[in-house]
Every structure is written in structure tokens, then in C-alpha cells.
Ligand binder design. Structure first.
Ligand code: SF4
Ligand code: SF4
Length: 140
């Protein structure tokens, strides 16, 4: 809604794929790469870095809609919208991602990259603790 003013998952700037057999969901979004091939292949320099957020954003005025970035991106993080005729991707909403704000299950979090490592470690410890509890049944 924030980007297009409509509710249409097909036009969302982030996507979620569902694996029906496993009942699992997998998010597809721009990874804001440090060496962005999408930017490297763009013939008109339409993918620019926001100096404030560091996010890579599409300059709509420059974009040709040629899809080279789409082919180059290894994550499927950028697609060309056929209606608009330009590439669309997550741009972190200027530093306040709307998806993270509205996610009622806290599945999407927007945190500093420096904190990700600590967060993963905590998650690993929680999983180990859970595994130990499952093995021992909580007995010491
Ligand atoms: S669109 Fe793809 S290549 Fe470009 S920064 Fe995002 S994930 Fe990386
Ligand atoms: S679709 Fe737009 S952003 Fe992507 S490579 Fe072509 S001109 Fe650049």
C-alpha cells in the first residue's frame, strides 16, 4: 500500500513464496548488497545509493525498464513493473520500512546490521537450550 496505494501482493516491493508441501514461507527481497550487481549492470546508472540510509534505490526518471538488473540479481530482489515500465525494489522506505511496522507477528524486523550478529548468537543459544531441554526433559 505504501508504495503503490493498492493492496496487491504481485506488485509488492518484497515478496513471500509459499512452499505448499512444507507449509513454509520464504521471503524474497533486496539484500542491499555491498557489491550490487544490479547497479553494476544498469546501463544508465539508475540504481543509486541513498546517502542517508545507504539503501540502493531506483531513480525512476533514469530507469529504462530494460530488466538487466532483474536478470543480474541473484536473489530476485528487483523486478520490472510492466505497468509502470520501471524497475522496483525495496528501498527501505527512507529508513522506516512499512512492512516491519505493520507485521503483526514480528516476522520482519528492521535492525542495525551490527546487531544482526548478536541477534543470531542469541537465537543460536535459545535453540541449543531448547534442544538440551528436549534431550534431557529438563532433568539435570
Ligand atoms: S537488487 Fe539484487 S543485486 Fe541489487 S542490491 Fe538488491 S539483492 Fe543485491
Ligand atoms: S531496468 Fe532500470 S534499473 Fe534495471 S538495469 Fe534497466 S535501466 Fe537500470
Amino acid at each position: 500500500v505504501k508504495k503503490r496505494g493498492i493492496v496487491d501482493p504481485a506488485k509488492s516491493y518484497i515478496h513471500v513464496i509459499k512452499y505448499e508441501r512444507k507449509g513454509a514461507f520464504f521471503p524474497i527481497s533486496c539484500m542491499q548488497c555491498r557489491k550490487p550487481v544490479c547497479r553494476d549492470v544498469c546501463p544508465v546508472g539508475a540504481i543509486e545509493e541513498n546517502p542517508t540510509t545507504g539503501a540502493l534505490v531506483v531513480n525512476n526518471d533514469k530507469c529504462l525498464g530494460c530488466k538487466l538488473c532483474n536478470f543480474a540479481c541473484p536473489f530476485g530482489g528487483i523486478v520490472v513493473d510492466y505497468v509502470l515500465g520501471i524497475a522496483t525494489k525495496c528501498d527501505l522506505c527512507g529508513g522506516e520500512p512499512a512492512c516491519a511496522k505493520v507485521c503483526s507477528r514480528d516476522c520482519i524486523k528492521f535492525i542495525d546490521v551490527d546487531k544482526i550478529s548478536a541477534e543470531l548468537k542469541r537465537k543460536g543459544i535459545r535453540q541449543l537450550a531448547k534442544l538440551e531441554w528436549l534431550i534431557t526433559g529438563g532433568e539435570k
